[in-house]
Design a binder for this molecule. Sequence first.
Ligand code: GDP
Length: 325
Amino acid sequence: MDRDVDRALADGVLARRLRPLAKAITLIESQRADHRARARQLLEALLPHTGGAMRIGISGVPGVGKSTFIEAFGLYLIERGLRVAVLAVDPSSSLTGGSILGDKTRMELLSRHPSAFIRPTPSAGSLGGVAEKTREVMLACEAAGFDVIVVETVGVGQSETAVAGMTDIFCLLQLPNAGDDLQAIKKGVVELADLIAINKADINPAAALAARAQMKTALHMLRPASPNWTVPVLAISALQKDGVAEFWETVCQYREAMTASGEFAARRRHQATAWMWELIDAGLRQRFRQHPRVMADLPGLLAAVEAGRATPSAAALALLAYLKG
Ligand code: GDP
C-alpha cells in the first residue's frame, strides 16, 4: 500500500505538481521512524532528478530586508521564466513556535504565485535536525523542477554556517549603519559570504556607498575563499527593487567563474560528503549514548573525572570500548 502511495508521490513530484511536493515534504519532515524510512526511499527515487537548481543562501539580521528582497528577487526570476522555491533555516523558530517564514504577510505576492513555492523552517528542534531536513527538502524541490532555491536564515547560532554548507553561493544582506559590518565580521559570517549586498540604499545613498567602501576594505584583510572570485559588495534597495537584476547577474557570474574553475562541482561534492559525515557522527553519538553499559557507567565516570580520580582519556576509552561488541 505505502509502496504504491509513495510511487505516486514520487511521480507527482517529478511531474512538478505542488500538492504531491507538499506531501513529500511533510513525510520528509516527520519524526516518525516509519515515515523516516519511507522518506529515505522517496529521496532515493528522486535523487537522480536533483542537482539542477542554483542554490542560493541568504542571511542577515532581522529587519535587514530579507523577505522584502526575496519577494522582489523571486518575482524578478519568475518574470524571466524561472521557478523559485524559498526555504528557511531558523532554529530559534522551532523553540519559540514562530518562524521567519511563518508570518503570512511576508512575501505575499511571491507566495501566491504558481511558479513559487515557500516553505517555513521545519520544526525539527536542534540546528542539526533543522539543517538536515532543509537539505532533504531542497532535493525534493529540485526533483520538482525548481530552477532556483533560496535558503533564508537569520543570524542565530551557527545557522549561517549550516546554510553556507548546503548552498552554491552564500549571500549576506547588510544594513548601511556604521558598525553593522563590524558585527558581521566579529561573528565570522563575512568570511562565509560569496556576495554581500548593502540593503536600504534608498534611505541614505551616501551612507550606503560609505558602508560599501568600508566593507570592501574589510574584505581585503580576509583571506579569499577562492583565487577565482573577489567577493562583490552591491548597494541595493529591496523596497524599490533597485539592484535586484544586478544581484542575479552577479550570482550568474559567480556560477560561471566557479564552474570554469571546477570549484562549483567540488563545493557540492564536499557538501555531500560533509553531510554524510555529520550523519555518521550523529548516529554514532546516539548509539553511544543509548548503549546500556554506557548509560550505566557514564554517571560514575563523569563524577570520577570531575573529582580528578580518573583521567578524561581513560574514562573515554573505557566507555568507547563498549561500542566494540
Ligand atoms: P527581514 O526581517 O530581514 O525579513 O526584513 P523585512 O523584509 O521584513 O524588512 C524589514 C523592514 O525594512 C520592513 O518595514 C521593510 O519594508 C523595510 N525594508 C526592506 N528593504 C528596504 C529597503 O530597501 N529600503 C527601505 N527604505 N526599507 C526597506
